[in-house]
Design a protein around this ligand. Structure first.
Ligand code: B3K
Ligand code: ZN
Length: 876
């Protein structure tokens, strides 16, 4: 087993001035001739290239090398002696893309060819310095059959093309921007194109091209519009302009992740390109806009300035997620999107931080880099970037960005370089901030406050603790921005003065950077309730001894929409905890009348419908067992379900009222045709669907309504899917009937069938495992398609009552399929292995059952290093 450490980083021995690739696509294989102009940085070093493809020939400065002049071992090619000055190395390899089921390197999908190279796929294509700090200018020639491969694409600009004998043709692409190998891309096949254009602010005309299967072409329209919005936004908010004359996006259905930002030639999972009202939900439209933005924004944060090494992945990912979050927030519903992001962070990243895979935003080591495209690197990384923004303000942050590009355009750099740009541009010291990159674990803050009527001060005492993680026991205190406001007992905002400032203010950001600290607010005329961690100003857990009445006050009045939502979350947690106690002591379940009352008032208040919908989100089980050990997952589901049930029953009339209101709104919408995506309508529909889910728990008639309305509403996927999701857990046969109707209606649509499989995999019906097993045989299902695996098996792995079934059947079932998938697609398998992350924190019986399955996976001799790294860490 080979572990890579950040501390061992060494600069490359060679530079590559130019790389010239020729792909010759034959019926059964593809030949790749790779000609490199290599410049040694130092004399006398052997030339070591990464690669694992079938090697046909090596030619050095025109001379063919014989086997004793080089060695091949462990995916490395070592040429013992090379010239001291620039030399030309030409390497020819043979690839079999139709056999490549890893979906890394060059692979075939539906008769077309695609590449995926980040992080280390390029070494499956040819022999190269496959590391991000070796940047070169790429020229790519592609030769192929005219009918099978009418479209042949690579990065940059098309500079030449021509015809050949035997119905073949060739194209030549050149990318003027030096880039690392992970940003190289090639696509060849039969593809339709949807075109648009964008004029940048300096007047450059950019051709926008979306390539899809011919039958999908019209479905790329929304993605094309999203791209234009993203290009405009990056100019307006970040002052960043696009740099080539062409920007291409290719959609492919077999793809290991969401999308890939290859220079000028993004490759996307179809899921994030194709949408129409009758096949995509509002959430899908929003995800498309976000991911299109994300990949586009990488052009500057990732491509123009890239990472020195893979430990620095968050340099581009955390920053680009921050940018795409801000893009989406500026487009619509800032408050609701922020809450949505926090919810993902808390239920998934906090769990990662509390588990066997815990690692800092900049990991210190890895075995398989693909395992480190994590919630920590992406989502927590984005929170870290957001904290610079919170500390420095928009203007200061943008000054930092400017300096970052001034210093590093065209370079491969580190997270420290980014931090230095932020610090230097603002003349501040951000040394302690570095701990956000090196310490794993979610900081916990214990807070309490005292009011001193005599001195008219409110004192807030904060204490921080960073829990130990498997990689590090003792941690140092971090810089935590805590945004705060004060409310009086009527819910009005109370102004205050901080020591050393002249003016009164209603909100401030405390810079909490010691283990223990007290902040004093002056001129506070009356008792106050603090509104803490506004906007979720840091990725921490904060505990303040609020009374229930305080929380209801915040829920009713806080001007900060995050803190207001958070008050409801805390009330839900408390109600849940009392349910859990009642279940444990076999007592009758409490009814939570006061909470129902507070929620009713919130629903009746004059607020955005989308925000009402998020107020009705009860914390997920993963959030609820955040700091618990010896977890019995079933009890969490029961206690949470009981909470929903009791609230829904006592709020029946309110739920019905607002559901009818939502229908009315949609019917009378003046924005758009009612079935179309529009942020305002999306808000109304998300409220309606949430109310439907609650309503089904309390009102038996609702199922009949759904059955009656189902076909009529099928012109809009948000409704169609919303109805199915609402009844998905019911044991009634009508659920199966509607689901079958749905499966038949959409049998030809790959992406809608993903939804069908999600519904099956996530149902709490008692027969779910049988239904999942049956679905594996469905003609639309394929183990080789990652979207299908994620839809059916991924959703099953998050299906708490079934995955954690007391008899171990869920664990055994998932392990069977992990082992099967791991044989051909380690990346997808290793994601599934992480469903077992809860191992150490489970109650003893389930822990034993899980151990059996983990050991079975661990014992598999052919197990990939991807899955092995995870399973070893879980079993430690
Ligand atoms: N940079 C790619 C992720 C590549 C993942 C490789 N396992 C997509 C993105 O973050 O934009
Ligand atoms: Zn990214």
């Amino acid at each position: 087993k080979v572990v890579h450490y950040l501390k061992d980083y060494q600069a490359p021995d060679f530079a590559v001035a130019e790389i010239d690739l020729t792909y010759t696509i034959e019926e059964a294989y593809t030949l790749v001739r790779n000609r490199m102009m290599i410049v040694p940085h130092e004399v006398g070093r052997p030339c070591v290239l990464d690669g694992s493809a079938e090697l046909l020939q090596i030619v050095l400065n025109g001379k063919c090398l014989s086997p004793h002049e080089y060695a091949i071992a462990d995916e490395k090619l070592t040429i013992h002696t090379v010239p001291d000055t620039q030399f030309e190395l030409e390497i020819t390899t043979r690839l079999y893309p139709a056999q490549n089921k890893t979906l890394m390197g060059l692979y075939e999908s539906g008769d077309n060819l695609y590449t995926q190279n980040e992080p280390e796929g390029f070494r499956k294509i040819t022999y190269y310095f496959d590391r991000p700090d070796v940047m070169s200018q790429f020229t790519t020639t592609i030769i192929g059959d005219k009918r099978r491969y009418p479209v042949m694409l690579s990065n940059g600009n098309l500079i030449d093309s021509g015809e050949l004998d035997n119905d073949r043709h060739w194209v030549c692409w050149r990318d003027p921007f030096a880039k690392p190998s992970y940003l190289f891309a090639l696509v060849a096949g039969q593809l339709a194109v949807l075109e648009g254009n964008f004029t940048t602010r300096s007047g450059k005309e950019v051709a926008l091209k979306f390539y899809t299967r011919p039958e999908d072409r019209e479905k790329a329209g929304f993605a094309l519009e999203s791209l234009k919005h993203a290009m405009q936004w990056d100019e307006d908010r970040f002052n960043l302009e696009y740099d080539l004359n062409i920007f291409m996006v290719v959609a492919v259905s077999d793809f290991n992740m969401g999308a890939m930002e290859n220079k000028g030639l993004n490759i996307f999972n179809t899921k994030y390109v194709l949408a129409s009202n009758d096949t995509a939900t509002d959430a899908d439209f929003e995800a498309i806009e976000g991911v299109i933005g994300h990949e586009y924004f990488h052009n500057w944060t990732g491509n123009r300035v890239t990472c020195r090494d893979w430990f620095q992945l968050s340099l581009k990912e955390g920053l680009t997620v921050f940018r795409d979050q801000e893009f989406s927030a500026d487009r619509a519903s800032r408050a609701v999107r922020r809450i949505h992001n926090v919810r993902v962070l808390r239920s998934m990243q906090f769990a990662e931080d509390a588990g066997p895979m815990a690692h800092p935003v900049r990991p210190a080591s890895y075995e398989e880099m693909n395992n480190f495209y994590t919630l920590t690197v992406y989502e927590k990384g984005a929170e870290v970037v957001r904290m610079y923004h919170t500390l420095l303000g928009e203007e200061g942050f943008q000054k930092g960005m400017q300096l970052y590009f001034q210093r590093h355009d065209g370079q491969a750099v580190t997270c420290d370089d980014f931090r230095a740009a932020m610090a230097d541009a603002n003349g501040v010291n951000l040394d302690q901030f570095a701990l956000w990159y090196s310490q794993a674990g979610t900081p916990q803050i214990k807070a309490h406050g005292d009011y001193d009527a005599h001195n008219q001060t409110f004192s807030l005492h904060l204490r921080q603790f960073i829990p130990p993680t498997p990689d590090m026991a003792d941690k140092q205190p971090m810089v935590i921005p805590v945004k705060i406001g004060l409310l009086d007992k009527n819910g009005a905002s109370v102004a205050f003065k901080m020591a050393g400032t002249a003016d009164k203010t209603e909100e401030t950001v405390l810079v909490f950077n010691q283990t223990e600290q007290t902040f004093v607010f002056h001129d506070v005329a009356k008792e106050v309730v603090p509104s803490l961690l506004r906007g979720f100003s840091a990725p921490v857990r904060l505990d303040y001894p609020y009374s229930d009445a305080d929380l209801m006050l915040l829920l009713a009045h806080d001007s900060d929409s995050f803190a207001r939502w958070e008050a409801a979350q805390t009330l839900y947690r408390r109600a849940f905890a009392s349910n859990l106690d009642a279940l444990a002591s076999v007592q009758p379940l409490p009814q939570h009348a006061e909470l129902a009352q507070a929620l009713t008032s919130a629903l009746n208040a004059d607020i955005d419908p989308a925000y009402k919908a998020v107020l009705l989100q009860v914390p997920t089980e993963a959030e609820l067992w955040e700091d618990v050990s010896s977890i019995n997952p079933e009890q969490y589901v029961c206690a949470r379900q009981a909470l929903l049930q009791s609230l829904a029953s006592s709020m029946q009339d309110t739920l019905t009222h607002w559901r009818e209101w939502a229908d009315e709104q949609e019917r009378n919408s003046r924005h758009h045709a009612p079935q179309e995506y529009h942020p305002d309508l999306a808000g109304v529909r998300s409220l309606r669907n949430t109310l439907l889910q609650w309503g089904v728990l309390a009102t038996a008639d609702l199922l009949h309504n759904i059955v009656n309305e189902f076909s009529q509403r099928a012109t809009n996927m948000t409704h169609e899917y919303g109805m199915l999701a609402a009844i998905n857990h019911l044991s009634d046969d009508k659920r199966n009937d509607l689901l079958n109707q749905f499966g038949q209606r959409h049998a030809q649509d790959d992406l809608v069938m993903d939804k069908y499989f999600i519904l099956i995999g996530s149902s709490q019906r008692p027969d779910t495992l049988q239904q999942v097993e049956k679905a594996l045989q469905h003609p639309a299902f394929s183990l080789e398609n990652p979207n299908k695996v994620r839809s059916l098996l991924g959703s099953f792995s998050r299906n708490i009552p079934h995955f954690h079934a007391a008899d171990g059947s869920g664990y055994r079932f998932l392990a069977d399929y992990i082992l099967r998938i791991d044989e051909f697609n380690p990346q997808v398998a290793s994601r599934l292995v992480q469903a077992f992350n809860l191992y150490d924190r489970l109650e003893p019986q389930r822990k034993t059952l899980m151990a059996e399955q983990l050991q079975r996976i661990q014992k598999d001799e052919g197990l990939s290093k991807d899955s092995r790294e995870i399973v070893d860490k879980i079993l430690h």
